[in-house]
Design a protein around this ligand. Structure first.
Ligand SMILES: *[C@@H]1O[C@H](CO)[C@@H](O)[C@H](O)[C@H]1NC(C)=O
Length: 127
């Protein structure tokens, strides 16, 4: 007996879901406020849905212009519930040499997903 098509579709859906969970990378995020000039775009402002990449992501600038969907997953410090429950898509416009975290978000982007009082948060990000 052949396997019914709808079962195969359910299995494919399950594998795709698993795959996207695996592709979400955990990290930490901080924020910054002076957006221009940037390492990727010089004096051309790119709005506020932006972020700077830490050394681990920078890759000599190859990451410039790539977008990431960033979700707050929890606190890194005693500020108890920093996450707003929202996520935000940001574009990499700058390099943050020696940044402790993974992504340095614009203050606006950070404030969308978390309370800026927290300063540093745990995130998941998907390219
Ligand atoms: C970003 O990720 C969140 C959480 O996984 C998801 O709910 C949301 O739809 C995503 N947004 C975009 C634009 O992909």
């Amino acid at each position: 007996m052949a396997i019914p098509k709808n079962i195969i579709l359910v299995i494919i859906g399950f594998v795709v879901t698993l795959f996207s969970i695996v592709l979400a990378t955990p990290g930490t995020a901080t924020f910054y406020t002076n957006y221009v000039p940037s390492a990727c775009y010089g004096n051309k402002a790119q709005g506020t849905r932006i972020a700077a990449a830490s050394d681990s992501l920078w890759g000599g600038g190859k990451i410039c212009g790539k977008t990431f969907n960033v979700t707050c997953t929890g606190p890194t410090n005693p500020v108890p519930h920093p996450c707003t429950g929202k996520s935000i898509v940001v574009k990499i416009v700058d390099h943050c040499p020696g940044c402790g975290g993974t992504l340095d978000l614009s203050k606006e982007a950070f404030s969308t997903i978390a309370n800026p009082v927290a300063g540093v948060i745990k995130i998941n990000y998907v390219q």
